[in-house]
Design a binder for this molecule. Structure first.
Ligand code: 6LW
Length: 521
C-alpha cells in the first residue's frame, strides 16, 4: 500500500534548502540556497516565523551573475547554503558557490533592508562550503567547513574559523580549526555559532543531507576553542524514525530568538512518498529551549512538531517566484481578465544541456497540484518546441510539448530520465490554423504526474502518466526539487510565445495539517 504523507508541514514549502534565519527588530528574515537557478538567494520575511513572504533576491544584478559564473554548471552546483545575520542596521549574507560539488568561492553581500538593494558579491578568502557569520560584540567571525587535513584521524570534514573585517570585507588574522563533528565518518557542515550566558555553542549538520541527516553540537568557553562535543548529539534527527515518518532528512538548522523571548530553529526536511521525494528540501520550524547544556530542539519530543499552533488561519503560500536556469531569460508577465499571460522569447538551448534554455518555472510545493497554460496554436513560431514541463534537472523532466514544423503541429509527451529520452505519446493535430487553442495541463498527486491536452471543442485527452519517482531526487541525484515551468525552444529570431491563462493550483495536505495556538508535539 502506498504511504500517504502525513505529519509536520513546511513553513516554506517547495525546494528551499539550507535555511538561515535572523531577526531585525520585530521582523524575521530567511535566506535559502538557489543553486544555478536565477535570480539567486531568495529572501523571505515574516513577523511570526510561520507565514513567509518573498522580499526579494540577494543575487539579481548583472554584476552578481558575472561574479558567480553559473553558465555550464550542473543545476545542483552554483549558490549553496547562505547565512543571514543582522548587525547594527545592516544585513549580511555569506554564501559559497560550488562547481562539481566542491566549494569554488565564498562571497558576502550586504543590504540595509531585506528587499535590497543588495551589494554586488564581495569575494572573501574562505575555502570550503557552508560559511556562517557570528557577531561577538563588534567582532565578526567567519566559520565554514572543508576537507579535514588528516581525515584518517578526524573524519572527513572540519570546521574552521577566521575573523572577518567588515570595512573593507576581508578575512584577517590566524585560522582556528574548531571541530570535526560528533559522528565522524561523515562530513560535518552547516556550522552556526551562538553565545549564551558567556558560553559559545556551535551547531552543525552531520550524516549527509540524505536520510542520516542530523543536527549535532559542540561547546566552548572561548569562541576560537577548544570546542568539546556536546555529548547529547545528535540534538535533532529523523533518521531513527523509519520510513513511517512523513518527514525525513531533517537537519541543517539555524536558531533565532523571537521577540517574545522564545527560541526557534529553521531546518530542512523532505516529504518522501514510498521512499521518493520530488519537492526538494523544504523549510520546517522547530521550537528550541536553551538550558545549561545548550539548545534543546523540540523539547519533550525531539522531532518536528506535528502542528504549529501559531497558525490562526489556513497556511498562506508565499507568492509565486519564477526562476530561470543559469541566468536571465526574456520573460514578461501580463495580467488580463482571463488570467496571467507569460511571454517568453524562444532560445535554441535544449532542456537537456547546461545552457540557459527559454524556461521559467516555479517550485512544486504540494504533492497535489494542477499546472496549466494555454497556447494559441496559429500564433506559434513555425519551427519550435514549446509547452509546460515538470523539470527536476537537465537529466530528468517530463515535458508536454507542442511541436511545430513546416506549418503542422503536434503534441508530444517526453520523459527525460537518467536512462535516456522516451517519447511517451505523440498526437498529430494538423495544420497550424489561427484561432485554435490548446490548454496543456500537468497534474500531480502523491504517486504520479499526468499530462493532458484540452482543445477548444472541449474534449480533454490524457497523453500519459509517469510515476513520481521518475522525477525524485533519490533517482536523479542532486539537490533540487521539481519546477513547474513554461519553455520555448526555437531559433532566437522566432516570435515570442504567449502562454495564456497560466495557472498553478496546489491542493495540499498542507492546508489541513495546520491548526491554532503554539506548538504541540
Ligand atoms: C549544502 C550542504 C549540503 O551546502 O548540501 O549535503 C549543500 N550538504 O550543507 C547544498 O544544499
Amino acid at each position: 500500500m502506498t504511504a500517504r504523507p502525513s505529519g509536520p508541514v513546511p513553513v516554506l514549502p517547495g525546494c528551499h534548502p539550507d535555511p538561515s534565519v535572523c531577526r531585525a527588530g520585530e521582523e524575521y528574515v530567511m535566506v535559502t540556497s538557489s543553486f544555478a537557478l536565477w535570480p539567486g538567494l531568495p529572501v523571505h520575511r515574516s513577523t511570526d516565523l510561520v507565514h513567509w513572504e518573498l522580499a526579494g533576491h540577494v543575487l539579481s544584478s548583472r554584476a552578481a551573475l558575472d561574479a558567480l559564473a553559473l553558465d555550464d554548471l550542473d543545476l545542483s552546483d552554483g549558490v549553496w547554503a547562505p547565512t543571514v545575520r543582522h548587525h547594527r542596521g545592516t544585513f549580511y549574507v555569506v554564501f559559497s558557490t560550488a562547481r562539481d560539488r566542491r566549494g569554488a568561492g565564498t562571497f558576502v553581500c550586504t543590504a540595509q533592508a531585506p528587499e535590497g538593494p543588495w551589494s554586488d558579491p564581495v569575494a572573501v578568502d574562505a575555502p570550503g562550503i557552508d560559511p556562517s557569520l557570528f557577531f561577538d560584540g563588534d567582532r565578526c567571525w567567519l566559520t565554514a567547513c572543508r576537507d579535514a587535513t588528516d581525515p584518517a584521524a578526524s573524519g572527513p570534514g572540519e570546521l574552521w574559523m577566521r575573523e572577518l573585517k567588515l570595512d573593507p570585507l576581508e578575512v584577517v588574522g590566524p585560522e582556528h580549526v574548531l571541530w570535526h563533528g560528533a559522528v565522524h565518518g561523515a562530513w560535518v557542515e552547516a556550522p552556526h555559532v551562538f553565545e549564551r550566558d558567556g558560553r559559545y555553542h556551535l551547531i552543525a549538520a552531520e550524516g549527509g543531507t540524505e536520510r542520516h541527516h542530523a543536527v549535532t553540537a559542540a561547546v566552548a568557553d572561548h569562541v576560537t576553542g577548544p570546542w568539546r562535543t556536546d555529548p547529547r548529539s545528535p540534538l535533532l534527527t529523523h533518521r531513527h524514525l523509519g520510513t513511517e515518518s512523513g518527514v525525513q532528512n531533517v537537519g541543517h538548522a539555524d536558531v533565532v530568538d523571537a521577540v517574545d523571548g522564545t527560541s526557534w530553529a529553521v531546518v530542512l526536511g523532505t516529504r518522501p512518498v514510498d521512499g521518493s521525494h520530488v519537492m526538494g528540501r523544504e523549510v520546517f520550524l522547530v521550537p528550541v529551549r536553551w538550558d545549561a547544556g545548550g539548545p534543546v530542539f523540540a523539547p519533550g519530543h525531539g522531532r518536528l512538531p506535528e502542528r504549529l499552533d501559531l497558525l490562526a488561519e489556513p497556511h498562506r503560500k508565499p507568492a509565486d517566484r519564477w526562476v530561470s536556469l543559469r541566468g536571465p531569460v526574456e520573460h514578461a508577465v501580463h495580467s488580463t481578465a482571463a488570467g496571467r499571460t507569460h511571454v517568453l522569447a524562444p532560445r535554441p538551448d535544449p532542456l537537456t544541456g547546461r545552457g540557459t534554455p527559454a524556461l521559467v518555472g516555479r517550485h512544486q510545493d504540494a504533492h497535489r497540484f494542477s499546472f496549466s497554460a494555454e497556447l494559441e496554436l496559429g500564433s506559434l513560431p513555425r519551427a519550435a518546441r514549446c509547452g509546460i514541463v515538470a523539470h527536476q534537472h537537465e537529466r530528468a523532466f517530463l515535458a508536454l510539448d507542442v511541436v511545430t514544423e513546416d506549418g503542422a503541429v503536434g503534441f508530444e509527451l517526453v520523459l527525460q530520465s537518467p536512462a535516456g529520452r522516451r517519447v511517451l505519446a505523440h498526437r498529430a493535430h494538423g495544420p497550424l490554423s489561427r484561432g485554435d487553442r490548446a490548454l496543456l495541463e500537468l497534474r500531480g498527486d502523491e504517486r504520479s504526474y499526468t499530462a493532458s491536452v484540452q482543445l477548444e471543442d472541449g474534449a480533454r485527452s490524457e497523453l500519459g502518466s509517469v510515476a513520481h519517482h521518475e522525477l525524485a531526487t533519490e533517482r536523479v541525484g542532486g539537490f533540487l526539487g521539481v519546477l513547474l515551468a513554461l519553455h520555448a525552444q526555437g531559433a532566437a529570431t522566432e516570435r515570442p510565445v504567449a502562454f495564456g491563462r497560466v495557472s498553478y493550483d496546489a491542493v495540499g495536505e498542507e492546508e489541513c495539517a495546520c491548526a491554532s495556538s503554539r506548538v504541540s508535539g
